[in-house]
Design a protein around this ligand. Structure first.
Ligand code: SF4
Length: 228
């Protein structure tokens, strides 16, 4: 299977390099049917909106770490009620209280990589194991670590096809899509949070600052491990 999915991904990446996100998602639906899942952080509803149009009823996975802002949970619920998607609320194996009991309180302050592994990476891997292809909302301009993101790639670690249909989009492209389509936006975006993760690990950033500089600020950590 690995070789098959790898060649499917490589061939598709060449063919779809200049395609619109809608075309990439339509190809994914046609190719993978119900074995396709879209991940969404609920910073906005753009990716679920695109996916709902190309693949009505598609599974959309939200990783509910137990540490999200109330505004993010509200965006999740509003997006799920307004779009023809099947929302899957992916939770960690332990509640926050159970994790505190085993590892001590505020693990995110002492060992954020371990906290992300327990509350994000393990749940993602467990839920993705039911599918052949997954979709992310990664954009190349978000961070140097994302600058070379292909539109379609082979996810070797999980033996899956990974699609990044809005990888080429700039912030202006994303904003235009949101405005033109009346897409829901997490209210925190209007309150100084252009990049939104878990509440304990997300700070406000000043206008003009690197949007991701508010994530794990001061720790040297720049990614949660979902895409690395
Ligand atoms: Fe834990 Fe912070 Fe990672 Fe969320 S972002 S899982 S709170 S370390």
């Amino acid at each position: 299977m690995s070789t098959d999915l790898k060649s499917v991904a490589e061939e598709a990446n060449e063919r779809l390099a200049g395609a619109t996100p809608q075309e990439v998602l339509a190809w994914a639906r046609e190719t993978f049917g119900d074995e396709l899942v879209v991940t969404a952080s609920m910073a906005d509803g753009a990716l679920p909106h695109l996916a709902a149009e190309a693949a009505p009823g598609v599974d959309v996975l939200f990783l509910d770490t137990g540490y999200h802002f109330a505004e993010t949970i509200g965006t999740r619920d509003a997006v799920a009620s307004m779009l023809p998607i099947n929302l899957i609320n992916g939770t960690p194996l332990q509640t926050v209280a159970e994790q505190d009991a085993e590892y001590g309180e505020k693990l995110y302050e002492r060992r954020p990589d371990q906290c992300c592994a327990l509350r994000k990476v393990e749940p993602l891997n467990r839920h993705l194991s039911h599918y052949k292809a997954w979709v992310t909302g990664i954009r190349r301009e978000e961070a140097p670590t994302r600058a070379n993101t292909p539109v379609v790639e082979y996810d070797e670690k999980r033996d899956m096809v990974k699609l990044n249909p809005i990888a080429p989009w700039t912030q202006d492209d994303l904003d235009a899509y949101i405005t033109d389509n009346g897409v829901l936006v997490n209210l925190l975006q209007y309150d100084g949070y252009p990049s939104i993760g878990c509440e304990p690990c997300t700070q406000r950033v000043a206008p003009g600052e690197d949007p991701r500089s508010g994530r794990w600020s001061g720790t040297g950590k720049v990614e949660c491990g979902l895409h690395t």
